[in-house]
Design a protein around this ligand. Structure first.
Ligand SMILES: [Zn+2]
Length: 265
C-alpha cells in the first residue's frame, strides 16, 4: 500500500526540515517535529488531516515541537523505544513494519551512529533518513562509533536506487564542498553541483534526492570505491585495510575540513 501523493518540506529553525507525507483524502504523517507552529500552519493551509508522527531520533531540533503539536492533534507517535518518555507510544525496532491509513506502509531500519536511537523509515518510493544520511554527507558521530555508522550506511546503500531520500537538514552546499574536495574528477558530482547551486540560489531545498544518484556521488556511501579509498589513504598517509577504518578516517577528514573539534571514534 503506497498512496503518497506528495511530500511537503517545512523549514524550521535555521536549517532543519520537517517532512509532511501527504496521502489520500488529505491524510498526512509528519516526520520529526522540531517546532510545532510552522507545521501546524502548513497543515492548516493545505487542509491536511494528521494521522501520525514519525520520529527519527532524540535530538531536540527533531522532537521539541511534539508536545505542543499533540495538544491539537491526538495521533500515534512512532519512534525508537528509548523515546517513550518523550511521547513515542508506538515503539519500533529493526525490520518492524507499520502502516498509516490512506498514506503508506513503512519499514524500519535501526541506523545508530549519529545517535544510538536513530531510525530510518522507508518503503518502495521514499526513505526518511533523518540525520544519518545527508545529501552528499552523513551525520556526525555524536553517540555511536564509526563502525556503527558505516554499517548504517551499508544498510541504506542496499535500498533500491529509485527511492527518494529526505534528510533532516539543509547541509548540501557545505557537504558538496567536501565531496568535490575528495572526489574532484567525478563528472556526475560536478553536474550535480551545478544543479544544487541553482536550486539553492532559487531558495529551493536540496535535502531530498534520488538515492541512486546519492550512491554515485556521496563519498560516505563510497568508502570502498577505489577513487575515494585512494583519496582517504592520501589524507592519512598510509594504506587502509577495511571499509570501517576508511569510513572513520573520511569522517575525521570532513570534521577537519569543516574546522570542527575531533570527535572520538
Ligand atoms: Zn541530530
Amino acid at each position: 500500500m503506497n498512496q503518497i501523493s506528495a511530500v511537503h518540506c517545512v523549514p524550521v529553525f535555521s536549517d532543519n526540515y520537517v517532512w509532511i507525507i501527504e496521502g489520500e483524502n488529505g491524510h498526512c504523517a509528519i516526520v520529526d517535529l522540531g517546532e510545532a507552529e510552522p507545521v501546524l500552519a502548513a497543515i492548516k493551509t493545505k487542509n491536511l488531516k494528521p494521522q501520525a508522527v514519525l520520529l527519527t531520533h532524540h535530538h531536540q531540533d527533531h522532537i521539541q515541537g511534539l508536545d505542543s503539536f499533540l495538544r491539537s492533534h491526538t495521533v500515534p507517535v512512532f519512534g525508537h523505544a528509548d523515546l517513550q518518555s518523550q511521547g513515542v507510544d508506538h515503539p519500533l525496532t529493526e525490520n518492524d513494519q507499520f502502516s498509516i491509513d490512506q498514506i503508506a506502509g513503512f519499514s524500519v531500519l535501526e541506523t545508530p551512529g549519529h545517535t544510538q536511537d536513530h531510525l530510518c523509515f522507508y518503503n518502495d518510493s521514499v526513505l526518511f533518513c533523518g540525520d544519518t544520511l545527508f545529501t552528499l554527507g552523513c551525520g556526525r558521530l555524536f553517540e555511536g562509533s564509526a563502525e556503527q555508522m558505516q554499517q548504517s550506511m551499508n544498510k541504506l546503500k542496499q535500498l533500491p536506487d529509485d527511492l527518494t531520500m529526505y534528510c533532516g537538514h539543509e547541509y548540501t552546499e557545505d557537504s558538496l564542498k567536501f565531496a568535490l574536495h575528495c572526489d574532484p574528477e567525478n563528472q556526475t558530482l560536478i553536474r550535480r553541483a551545478k544543479e544544487i547551486k541553482q536550486r539553492r540560489a532559487q531558495g529551493e531545498q536540496t535535502a531530498s534526492a534520488n538515492l541512486g544518484l546519492e550512491k554515485l556521488t556521496n563519498p560516505f556511501l563510497r568508502v570502498g570505491d577505489p577513487v575515494i579509498r585512494t583519496a582517504i589513504e592520501a589524507y592519512v598517509g598510509h594504506r587502509i585495510e577495511n571499509d570501517t577504518e576508511a569510513f572513520a578516517q573520511l569522517r575525521h577528514w570532513k570534521d577537519d575540513f569543516d574546522g570542527l573539534k575531533r570527535l572520538p571514534d
